[in-house]
Write a protein that binds this ligand. Structure first.
Ligand code: DSN
Length: 483
């Protein structure tokens, strides 16, 4: 992660920053140090996490944070935005080049915000704008109360389809606990019970029957590629807008691992993403599109659904996109996928069952019932052994969303540390030997607990030490030494 000279600058920068912070609130400086120690002592296999470069981290910590800049570059609701304009424009330009889109919006603060901007822009383009035109009005404020009520009902009466949660979809794709599910009438598509993969014929049948305004593709726990060209065909056949949420795999799109039919930008009308997962940028969101008629509505994301843009984070996004435009990032993205395949093979050969039988992206979903465990027990036993993963539902999960029957593993973070296929085999062995040694505890009623477990101290300590060895050989920020 950078050459020695840069890294010694990095040590100076972070040590000085911590000294300044300590003067105001030493506890915060202590917690920042603690977080680095934690991240340096655990194998991070959370599929949605990564390690941003020191340049990205440093770009966030400055006076750009002090500036209000609602609006878009050149069209702000505040004076004094000269440098925010420059940095936002730069981030947009880098994003457009990186992803091959004609339009980019870099203000969303997170993935849910990016999705809300996208939903709003589709509703504005497809429902509000034609309604205003049919009433010969330019603005919602020009409508009578009665016409406004009709429009409001119509905006709230639209349909969406998205991938079901247990198949790997995301709460923001129209599920009831999220605002998207309250806004849209949603039906979800799942996976084939045998192959556990998407079945495009059944998605097409659902679309034909339900006639949604929006089809959302994208996932947070599906270990396979999605054919976005097919999804677009389905959307076009029912007059729906195809939106892809590429939050998880944006780094693989940027690194050109997913191209042609699997490239969301080339196939969807609108694409959303986070910037901090496989893309390795700051925590935040973006919206991309090649449809000029959607762009004007996306631009209204703030203040429609977003608070004032975080100029410091947009600066860090510009840095991250510049980094992702380098040839090394393509190599990184390819290595993420190679490592996920190696991890999957290592787990399978040690008796683990993989959902869909493997992976062709950055994540692996393991069915831990094979080890007699719930996802919750597996997650906790692994954490004690120095491996951080998250429990996850698997298709048709009998254990529900809290205990679950699976764990989700991702390779973006370990690949950022420079680990390769050999290390993935060692990681697979640490995971499988921990799970093989873990047993559910028995409850007072004589049943297997879904949360409590037994793991021998010996296996736990051995595996913690093996995880530590891997991290010593592949350290996080190797030349960053905190005083
Ligand atoms: N929280 C993210 C994940 O872990 O996949 C998605 O929002």
């Amino acid at each position: 992660m950078g050459d020695n000279e840069n890294m010694s600058n990095v040590s100076t920068a972070f040590n000085n920053a911590l000294e300044v912070i300590s003067k105001s609130e030493p506890e915060v400086a202590g917690h920042i140090r603690g977080e680095l120690e934690n991240q340096r002592s655990q194998l991070k296999l959370i599929a949605s996490e990564n390690y941003a470069s020191p340049a990205v981290l440093l770009a966030m910590g400055n006076w750009f944070s002090d500036k209000y800049a609602e609006g878009t570059p050149g069209h702000r609701f505040y004076a004094g935005c000269e440098y925010v304009d420059k940095v936002e424009t730069l981030a947009c330009d880098h994003a457009k080049e990186l992803f091959g889109s004609s339009y980019a919006y870099v203000q969303p603060h997170s993935g849910i915000d990016a999705n809300l901007v996208a939903f709003w822009s589709i509703l504005a383009h497809r429902i509000e704008s034609p309604f205003l035109a049919s009433h010969e009005k330019k603005h919602v404020n020009d409508l009578t109360n009665s016409d406004w009520e009709t429009l409001r009902q119509s905006l709230g009466n639209q349909k969406m389809i998205g991938m079901s949660l247990d198949a790997g979809g995301h709460l923001t794709h129209g599920f009831r606990p999220n605002i998207s599910g309250k806004l849209f009438d949603q039906r979800s598509y799942g996976v084939d019970p045998e192959t556990e993969m998407l079945d495009y014929t059944s998605i097409s049948n659902l679309a034909e029957e339900f006639r949604p305004l929006v089809i959302v593709a994208g996932y947070s726990a599906y270990p396979r590629k999605v054919n976005f060209a097919k999804m677009r065909e389905i959307a076009d056949s029912v007059g729906a807008t195809l939106m892809v949420d590429m939050a998880h795999f944006a780094g693989l799109v940027a690194g050109k691992v997913f191209s042609g039919d699997f490239d969301p930008i080339a196939n969807a009308q609108i694409v959303t993403s986070t910037t901090h997962k496989s893309l390795r940028g700051p925590r935040g969101g973006i919206v991309l599109s090649n449809e000029t008629e959607l762009a004007e509505y996306i631009d209204k994301g703030c203040p429609m659904v977003l608070g004032g843009p975080l100029a410091n984070v947009m600066a860090a996004k510009a840095v991250a996109f510049a980094e992702a435009r380098q040839p090394e990032f393509r190599e990184y993205a390819n290595n993420v996928v190679t490592n996920a395949s190696a991890l999957a093979a290592g787990i399978e050969k040690r008796g683990g069952r993989l959902v869909t039988g493997g992976t062709d992206n950055h994540l692996v979903l393991v069915d831990v019932r094979q080890f007699g465990l719930t996802g919750r027990q597996a997650e906790s036993a692994l954490e004690e052994s120095g491996v951080v993963v998250n429990r996850n539902s698997i298709p048709f999960d009998p254990n529900g969303a809290w205990y679950t029957s699976g764990i989700r593993l991702g390779t973006p973070a370990l690949t950022s540390l420079g680990m390769a296929e050999n290390e993935m085999d060692e990681v697979a062995d640490i995971i499988c030997s921990t799970l093989q040694d873990t047993e559910p505890r028995t409850t007072s009623s004589g049943e297997n607990s879904k949360a409590q477990f037994k793991l021998s101290d010996k296996v736990r300590d051995t595996n913690r030490s093996r995880a530590g060895d891997l991290l010593t050989k592949n350290p996080l920020y190797p030349d960053l030494h905190l005083l």
